[in-house]
Write a protein that binds this ligand. Structure first.
Ligand SMILES: *[C@@H]1O[C@H](CO)[C@@H](O)[C@H](O)[C@H]1NC(C)=O
Length: 183
């Protein structure tokens, strides 16, 4: 699909959302992950392309048959991604053991990964509890890490990029889980 086709579809979709025309977007035959990325583009950050590309890096995600399966696959990807991020933070800690890096690399990323895992464990059982783990536990740990970095006079661009990935995965997981509520 060329970019302009994509933009015109996006415009149509935004129009449907804004005008509340009672037309379900699933009738246009998008995959579940594409719907989640369109919602991400409208509600969170306009980078729909980045969202699609990130999720497509797991070949199973475009095949997801429902939002429960999609949520589980996104959480798997989030846990892998965050685990690798923590390893690179722990590496950085060896050369730069500042309080901020120590805090993020150990306690905070531990808590972020545990929150993703607890969310994963609740997808089928109770999607609202799965969302709560992201909003409360993960949100708390992520804010602690961000604050520690802000309090440090050094600019930690790369670490802030890692945190933006945590934000991304928490947001798309929540959008996917929202579809499961009240089912
Ligand atoms: C983590 O996720 C982000 C966003 O999807 C991606 O850009 C980055 O390459 C991923 N990192 C790894 C190590 O896979």
């Amino acid at each position: 699909m060329n970019p302009s086709t994509f933009l015109s579809i996006l415009f149509t979709i935004s129009f449907i959302f804004i005008s509340h025309v009672p037309l379900s977007i699933s009738t246009i035959d998008f995959n579940f992950y594409q719907i989640v990325c369109i919602q991400y583009g409208i509600q969170v950050s306009p980078n729909i392309k980045g969202c699609l590309e990130a999720l497509e890096s797991d070949l199973q995600i475009p095949q997801a048959k429902n939002y429960a399966e999609l949520s589980i696959l996104i959480l798997d990807q989030a846990i892998k991604n965050t685990t690798i991020a923590q390893l690179s933070l722990q590496n950085l800690m060896k050369s730069d053991p500042s309080p901020a890096i120590k805090e993020c690399a150990t306690e905070d990323y531990d808590e972020i990964i545990i929150a993703f895992e607890n969310s994963l464990a609740n997808v089928n059982h109770d999607p609202q509890i799965a969302i709560n783990y992201l909003q409360k536990d993960l949100g708390y740990a992520e804010r602690k890490c961000s604050q520690a970095l802000k309090d440090d006079p050094k600019p930690y661009f790369e670490v802030n990029i890692l945190i933006s990935h945590v934000h991304f995965y928490a947001a798309v997981t929540e959008l996917s889980l929202n579809h499961l509520k009240g089912q």
